[in-house]
Design a protein around this ligand. Structure first.
Ligand code: HEC
Length: 152
């Protein structure tokens, strides 16, 4: 059995550590396109949640909500790590807490439809609060995009 010299071992350990740290850093490549992809996916999943709620299929709504929450939660990287916008982080946290409350209401036995509706309303106004500040619509194409002026 061969043993490496102490320094070489320490060097390998340091090298291994920094390579691992790079691989594990999920924020490195979180750009605007990824933000838009995650946001649109969250939006699609959340729309599906509402469709299931309308059909009183609460179990499916709850399952779909997990996907919506996951997709929305990762967007924190855009506000916290890329742009350092504390107000956006706070608005996002409010929405995530609202989604957790909705999740609980969907899991109640029996489900209280009025409680579900109230929580959906709270989530929706949370989404809109951020959209009002950080989203804008292209005048001709009507497409939505990140409001660059608000990021500065
Ligand atoms: C912290 C800020 C923030 C929060 C909270 C937020 N969004 Fe967004 N959202 C944005 C920004 C900025 C855009 C514009 C970029 C784009 O079009 O993808 C956007 C775009 C979208 C889009 C795609 C374009 C459009 O507007 O139709 C959907 C869908 C969407 N959001 C859904 C939601 C839903 C549903 C919620 C709440 C459950 C939510 N968002 C919460 C910031 C936010």
């Amino acid at each position: 059995m061969s043993r490496c010299a102490w320094l070489a071992c320490a060097g390998l350990w340091l090298l291994g550590g920094s390579v691992a740290a790079q691989d594990k850093n999920p924020y490195r490549n979180y750009n605007e396109q990824k933000f838009v992809d995650n946001m649109q996916s969250a939006g699609r999943n959340y729309a599906a949640v509402n469709d299931f709620i309308a059909k009183t299929d609460y179990a499916s709504a709850k399952a779909q909500l997990t996907r919506a929450r996951e997709q929305l939660a990762v967007t924190v990287q855009f506000w916290r790590d890329v742009h350092r916008k504390d107000d956006a982080v706070a608005m996002l946290r409010t929405v995530l807490a609202g989604l957790d409350d909705l999740d609980k209401a969907l899991g109640a036995a029996p489900v209280d439809a009025a409680a579900v509706t109230a929580r959906v309303g709270r989530v929706d106004s949370g989404c809109q609060a951020c959209h009002a500040v950080y989203r804008e619509q292209d005048a001709s194409s009507k497409a939505f995009r990140v409001k660059q002026a608000a990021l500065r």
